[in-house]
Structures are given as C-alpha cells and as structure tokens.
Design a protein around this ligand. Structure first.
Ligand code: SF4
Length: 60
C-alpha cells in the first residue's frame, strides 16, 4: 500500500506494479500539463490538479 495522500483518491493517479513487487504511482495529468510531475513525490498533501476519482451522483 502506498501512502499517497491526495493521489490515493485522485482520478489522475495510476498505480503500476512491477514484476518484483514494488509499486509506484504515476500522475496521468503530467502527460498533458508539465506543471505536474509524472511520478509525484508522495505523499502529496496539496495539489491544484486533484480531482476525486468518482463524480458525485448527478442530480436534478
Ligand atoms: S493531479 Fe495531483 S493529486 Fe492527482 S495524481 Fe496528479 S499529483 Fe496526484
């Protein structure tokens, strides 16, 4: 388990597992915005790009 801070619940985060076991977290936002690191230093405690992984249910 990675102590990822905000990245743990961010829709832009992907956790990649290596064959030998360790995993690392990649920020997909980095591929479209160079302001974000591809491999953020964890835990991320503040991030302007943070977006919750799931949208709240749509309402009327
Ligand atoms: S946008 Fe920020 S919080 Fe989201 S994965 Fe990238 S670094 Fe983490």
């Amino acid at each position: 388990m990675i102590a990822a801070g905000l990245c743990a619940s961010c829709r832009h985060a992907r956790v990649n597992q290596t064959r030998r076991g360790p995993s690392y977290l990649r920020c997909l936002l980095a591929s479209v915005d160079e302001a974000y690191p591809r491999y953020p230093r964890l835990p991320v405690l503040r991030c302007a790009g943070y977006a919750p992984a799931e949208d709240p249910p749509a309402g009327d």
